[in-house]
Design a protein around this ligand. Structure first.
Ligand SMILES: NC(=O)c1ccc[n+]([C@@H]2O[C@H](COP(=O)([O-])OP(=O)(O)OC[C@H]3O[C@@H](n4cnc5c(N)ncnc54)[C@H](O)[C@@H]3O)[C@@H](O)[C@H]2O)c1
Length: 264
């Protein structure tokens, strides 16, 4: 097992990518702290892990609030004894151009998506140092690599996560703490499933991913488990793109396939 005897916090662990990763970390032998704003969701995931023979607790957290993240780390250490893996995964999106977006929504997205990563590092790193190192993984997005419109605060926040990841990795590499980001393409989680109820949005997304389908939460969990483990011992400061070939295609390639119909 990749994470035997490790203790891992997964924020946003009650749903989607965080839920799949909590399950995967537990199957890899980690004790998992399933942390979420929605306590009932976190409890359901922790209960399922325990029923399946794993070890998990649920903790309520607001990842944008310093006292809340500090309490999450304290609870982890008091109940699990140590902290080895911090998956800063909780995130949110509010649509809008800079003209349309409310200032409060800008602040909300920056708080949940970026401040959270700063706070996760701020409180987790001193504790990880006590056990000789650790792995921090931050969920960014392909939206942090492009200037796609329609959700400017989300795009800005995810770009910030990628460069914050690099800066954190540089500061703490010598301490034995690796810091990496994952940039998912479109993954079938509850908020995405709601968006994909619009057939035009679904069609555009299917074409955008070269593999011709959306990603599954487990496919991000696979990469998170690897980054968390010693298998990735020489990997730090990276933004690992997991996007079903989205970035490999040009916009033109998405629109025009030059092969004759019978070869497509
Ligand atoms: N699904 C995608 O296509 C996709 C693509 C790229 C990046 N992401 C990123 O993946 C991460 C997980 O998203 P998901 O698609 O699994 O969504 P999700 O809604 O299924 O899960 C997100 C979880 O985060 C929790 N959360 C929200 N605000 C919080 C806060 N302030 N404190 C603590 N928990 C909070 C929610 O309660 C929810 O359980 C996010 O950072 C998102 O931006 C998702």
């Amino acid at each position: 097992m990749l994470l035997n005897d490790k203790v891992a916090i997964v924020t946003g662990g009650g749903s989607g990518i965080g839920e799949a990763t909590s399950d995967r970390f537990a199957r890899e032998g980690a004790a998992v702290v399933v942390a979420d704003l929605r306590m009932r969701k976190a409890e359901a995931v922790a209960t399922r892990i325990n029923e399946n023979g794993g070890h998990a607790i649920a903790v309520e957290v607001d990842v944008s609030i310093p006292e809340s993240v500090a309490a999450l780390v304290d609870t982890t250490v008091s109940q699990m004894g140590r902290l080895d893996v911090m998956f800063n995964n909780a995130g949110t999106l509010r649509p809008g151009t800079v003209v349309e977006l409310d200032v409060d929504d800008w602040d909300l997205v920056m708080g949940v998506n970026v401040r959270s990563v700063y706070l996760g590092g701020k409180y987790a790193i001193p504790v990880m140092l006590d056990s000789g190192g650790g792995s921090i993984i931050n969920t960014a997005s392909i939206s942090g690599l492009h200037g796609d419109g329609g959700a400017v605060s989300y795009a800005a926040s995810k770009a910030a996560v990628i460069n914050l990841t690099r800066a954190m990795s540089t500061d703490h590499a010598a301490d034995g703490i690796r810091v990496n980001a994952i940039c998912p393409g479109t993954i079938e989680t509850p908020p995405v499933q709601r968006m994909m109820a619009d057939p035009a949005a679904l069609q555009a997304n299917l074409r955008a991913h070269a593999v011709g389908r959306l990603g599954r939460p487990e496919e991000i969990a696979n990469v998170a488990a690897w980054l968390a483990s010693e298998e990735a011992s020489f990997v730090t400061g990276e933004a690992v793109v997991v996007d079903g070939g989205l970035r490999a295609q040009s916009p033109l390639g998405r629109l025009a396939d030059p092969r004759p119909e019978h070869l497509r």
